[in-house]
Design a protein around this ligand. Sequence first.
Ligand SMILES: Cc1cc2nc3c(=O)[nH]c(=O)nc-3n(C[C@H](O)[C@H](O)[C@H](O)COP(=O)(O)OP(=O)(O)OC[C@H]3O[C@@H](n4cnc5c(N)ncnc54)[C@H](O)[C@@H]3O)c2cc1C
Length: 464
Amino acid sequence: MKKDDLIKLINKLHPSEYSTESKVLKKHCIDWRGEYEGKSQLIIFPKSVKKISEILNFCQKKAIAVVPQGGNTGLVGGAVPRKRGNEIIINLSNLNKIRDIDLIGNSVTVEGGCILDIIKNKLEKYDLEFPLSMGSRGSCQIGGNIATNAGGLNVIKYGTIRQNILGIEAVLPDGRIYSSLKNVRKNNTGLDLKHLLIGSEGTLGIITAATVQLFPLPKERTVLWASFKNFSKVLNFYKYINNKFKDLITSFEFMNKESIEVLEKHECKVVNLKKNQCYCLVEFSNFNKINDFNNFIFAKIDFNDLDTDDLILSKSDNENKKLWNYRESIPLAERKEDFIIPHDISIPLTNISEFVKRTTKSIKKYLNGSKIINFGHLGDNNLHFNVLIREQQNLSRKSIRNSINKIVFDNVKIFGGAISAEHGIGQLRKDELKRNKEVFELNKMRDIKKIFDPQNILNPGKVF
Ligand SMILES: Cc1cc2nc3c(=O)[nH]c(=O)nc-3n(C[C@H](O)[C@H](O)[C@H](O)COP(=O)(O)OP(=O)(O)OC[C@H]3O[C@@H](n4cnc5c(N)ncnc54)[C@H](O)[C@@H]3O)c2cc1C
């Protein structure tokens, strides 16, 4: 960016709305995993939608590239500038008001920089549930959640965030404010632009607010922990539990032995639970004031039908938290390993067991000693298939990464899955996207990008 333009841009801002300090910039230029570190000369924390509009209008005229940033918890390097250092960062954390809670229509209108946990806690006071939850909820922002079409722990019940967005407000790359904050569930008026912005990873517009539908807050929750000798038994269990409890299930999570091992090595010991090959955590929610909910759940399970070695139902909120903590601490434990190759994939449940078997075998044949850490939101076909490398056998990290990615993504294709289930494309999956999407579909995506952003100023080098 020309020095002259930088000064002009800064002159439009209040001193509390920006920073050029290297310490501040460094923090915002590195992603959560520490895999992507870029450079930038300026970070802006705008306090109004109008200010974002003025900034983007100026940036488009001067061809200044911009990275929209929320809580920076994304796992694909989408929210940080690239190494070249030409982009400025627009961080949404100052745009954080809850604009409206509609207690008749059951919806909330929040600004893009609101932190997910803060919204959830606020709504609990009204006995309302915000239909998104995930491990990063203490830092991620609603704008980032929408831009990544976040999934999380409750997709089995409420769907991804896309299914719950009623309206969006966004600033487009030329500074125009697109406002469609409608609070209606039916809106059949042609092509729906908000669905292009959802999952666009900051490449089409900056999401400044959204109206989201809400659900009744469960009266209580209880967590079941079960362990199995193999993956096929897990799938039988899933089918059984799903048939029995349907709408009461709010999460269905899977963890393999290796994910528990890495958890125990770096984060915490798993106490009072038997060791096994596979583990499931199922959360049930009591929406209908069912008396003695734990007993109700327990009484409906016929142990003769199940091939589990260990089945425990939590008896208190503390026990719920303890069991959830095991599942949610796995990504934190993995982060402490030196060399992990992550994959956030989805596979049809009917193929998942064979996929895991075949892919694991091929990886072990390529690099014996590597460990497969599998965990994830199994109820939504989502598996984190992360490969922990212990011995490199004189191979470079780059060549190991390429070979392992090829094994995993070739099998994802064969077994009818998707190369990204919920984390998105960002910088990490750009090459795989090219290999895995139809050329026609990719070209149409590029056409849409050009319509919204002909100068390519919004998050260049990401997704496309
Ligand atoms: C411990 C942990 C657990 C996680 N669990 C899950 C999970 O279960 N499910 C899941 O889906 N994800 C999960 N994630 C990934 C991440 O939290 C989500 O992708 C989240 O939605 C990102 O929100 P954010 O505010 O941090 O966005 P950022 O990381 O800041 O940005 C993500 C992308 O969105 C763009 N963006 C951000 N804000 C805006 C905006 N206002 N307008 C336009 N574009 C914007 C950025 O440019 C970037 O491309 C997890 C991450 C961690 C660290």
